[in-house]
Design a protein around this ligand. Structure first.
Ligand code: GDP
Length: 369
């Protein structure tokens, strides 16, 4: 591959080292003409897009372009990892362009869920983060719900504009894009990705019939999400694939829980109370005394306390302890990006601590459920 060779679909500089990054072309595809990056090849031949990722600075550069155009933006986030997947700085970049917030993976919430409450919660949290959203659509790419509403909104708000789709990795963006491709493109015609004038082309541009495009931007990688730190196998252990079954634990102060060897929760101080755990139900919970927890981890992490298994645990950053004071008055979630959340049900307040690999985001938020 000659340095600087470009994809004839989207124009990005081709590379054959990193499958997850823009411009990837597998070695065997170098023989083909025209030369296409893997993403353009898949769109052209299988009518399907796949995820490509970029780091924060590259992503911000891309977003900067959005603000300079007249466009509609679909911001897709993962409801299971809302505060980990939301692009909180988006507002600065999109300028005055309208944003539709698509909140995906609704199928992961418990079967009985008050969706009005969820909607209000999303609205409030988005506002809190400084995001201005025209509309919120709760959807599930997996169950194919909410998409009709999203397509309707896009149809009515798009006007004479392009549509940008932005999101973090793993939020379901490809699934959504593939749905848009099949809805908007005439399958009998050859579907092509297309060069969009005036942009540096790390995007995939799906032509619409009126000369506009749906522009799929690469997924931004947030290293503060647990899901970005673990290998594929452990990813399946933490990322749920079916509705959560919340687990309620009645705890006394001085008790600790391990979630495999992914994280530890200590109830440091407070009256007897209950906590509800919204985590992948495949994670085994192990209860112990706080005073014994360090020793237990030292002796059993990666074996009795797993996943991750020992070898993988050693590849993760060392744990840090986050002490959190839950205030009196309203139900609070302790949110752990990529892993889920713990709801403190009591409104009496408590002092708790969470132990996690360094870098994984932990925060308190008003209860989602
Ligand atoms: P992208 O990285 O944002 O492009 O996301 P993908 O479309 O590749 O999906 C990432 C992961 O989330 C995959 O394992 C999907 O199966 C899963 N996923 C996507 N949409 C949904 C959804 O609505 N519900 C659930 N439970 N999983 C989903």
């Amino acid at each position: 591959l000659t340095a600087g060779t470009k994809c004839s679909g989207c124009g990005i500089v081709l590379q054959n080292e990193s499958p997850d990054h823009p411009g990837y072309i597998p070695a065997q595809a170098l023989e083909r003409t025209p030369l296409l990056c893997q993403r353009c090849f898949r769109i052209r031949n299988y009518n399907e897009s796949s995820t490509v990722t970029v780091d924060q600075s590259e992503f911000l550069r891309l977003l900067g372009q959005v603000g300079e155009q007249d466009a509609l933006v679909i911001h897709i986030v993962d409801l299971f990892d809302f505060h980990g997947s939301v692009i909180s700085g988006l507002q600065r970049f999109v300028g005055n362009n309208p944003v539709v917030l698509a909140v995906n993976k609704t199928d992961l919430l418990p079967k009985v869920t008050n969706w009005n409450k969820i909607r209000n919660w999303v609205q409030k949290e988005a506002k809190e983060l400084g995001l201005k959203v025209e509309d919120i659509v709760l959807c599930s790419a997996k169950q194919n719900t909410g998409f009709d509403r999203l397509l309707d909104i896009v149809g009515s708000m798009r006007g004479d504009r392009d549509v940008y789709v932005v999101g973090a990795t793993n939020v379901g963006k490809s699934t959504l894009i593939n749905r848009l491709i099949s809805d908007y493109s005439d399958l009998e015609e050859e579907l092509t990705t297309s060069r969009y004038p005036g942009t540096t082309l790390d995007t995939v541009n799906i032509p619409l019939d009126d000369g506009h495009y749906i522009i799929d931007t690469p997924g931004i990688v947030y290293e503060s999400r647990y899901t970005e730190l673990v290998n594929k196998q452990d990813l399946a252990a933490i990322m749920p694939d079916k509705p959560l079954k919340p687990l309620v634990y009645q705890l006394n102060e001085g008790q600790s829980l391990f979630f495999g060897a992914m994280a530890r929760f200590d109830f440091v101080q407070g009256g007897h109370q209950s906590f509800t755990f919204y985590l992948n139900n495949r994670l085994k919970i192990h209860r112990t005394k706080l005073e014994r927890a360090d020793e237990l981890f030292a002796n059993h992490a990666g074996v009795m306390l797993a996943p991750p298994v020992k070898a993988d645990l050693d590849k993760l950053p060392a744990w840090t302890r986050h002490e959190l004071r839950i205030l009196k008055g309203k139900p609070t979630d302790i949110f752990i990006s990529g892993l889920g959340w713990i709801k403190a049900n009591s409104t009496d307040g408590a002092l708790v601590a969470v132990h996690l690999p360094k870098g994984v985001k932990v925060m308190m938020r008003p209860s989602l459920i």
